[in-house]
Design a protein around this ligand. Structure first.
Ligand code: ADP
Length: 176
């Protein structure tokens, strides 16, 4: 991996709703009408405007992504993507990869420079974090290799165990 890509990726622990970036990514469900976990936290922080806009979208299939404004969030936009419920099938990895790819493509289409991802599917959807983090990081690196206008990708992990798993894979890739 070249140094410029290395410098564009940050792995941090925190609450994604506080991120001052162009877009935060929401691990939504197919209804796009809110839920628990990070989805609930984002809707609470964004306020009722977010739900009202989400109602106009008519849902989102698993693996795809939709963009809305950020309302009361510090982030300008929310990119809603629907991760797979983990069942150990090959399609799960493909769908999770699509979530990252489609979210990044939307950010690019809107000319965004910074984006923050939670650990999509790693909560109630049960995806093993070790496998999910490889997909997350590999897909983002692949995207950065072909698209230069995105200057920063944050992976925002809520818990220490998830943070450590991401950091370990990152060290393996970068050798530091
Ligand atoms: P999914 O249904 O896709 O599994 P969850 O919201 O249940 O989504 O969990 C996804 C990940 O988001 C989990 O690792 C969870 O710990 C984390 N998470 C929950 N709240 C927040 C938050 N406010 N900021 C960042 N990550 C969060």
């Amino acid at each position: 991996m070249n140094n410029s890509i290395k410098e564009k990726i940050s792995i941090i622990q925190g609450d994604i709703t506080g991120m001052q970036v162009d877009a935060i990514v929401n691990a939504a469900n197919t209804s796009l009408l809110g839920g628990g976990g990070v989805d609930g936290a984002i809707h609470r922080a964004a306020g009722a405007g977010l739900l009202a806009e989400c109602r106009t979208l008519g849902g989102c299939p698993t693996g795809e992504a939709r963009i809305t404004k950020g309302y009361n969030l510090p982030a300008r936009y929310v990119i809603h993507t629907v991760g797979p419920v983990y069942r150990g099938r090959p399609q799960d990895a493909e769908l999770l990869r699509s979530c990252y790819q489609n979210s990044l493509a939307l950010a690019a289409q809107h000319g965004l420079a910074s984006i923050a991802f939670p650990a999509i599917s790693c909560g109630v959807y049960g995806y093993p974090v070790k496998e999910a983090c490889r997909i997350a990081i590999d897909t983002c690196i692949g995207f950065l290799e072909h698209y230069e206008n995105l200057s920063r990708i944050y992976f925002v992990l809520f818990g220490r165990p998830e943070l450590e798993i991401y950091q370990q894979y990152w060290r393996q890739l970068t050798g530091n």
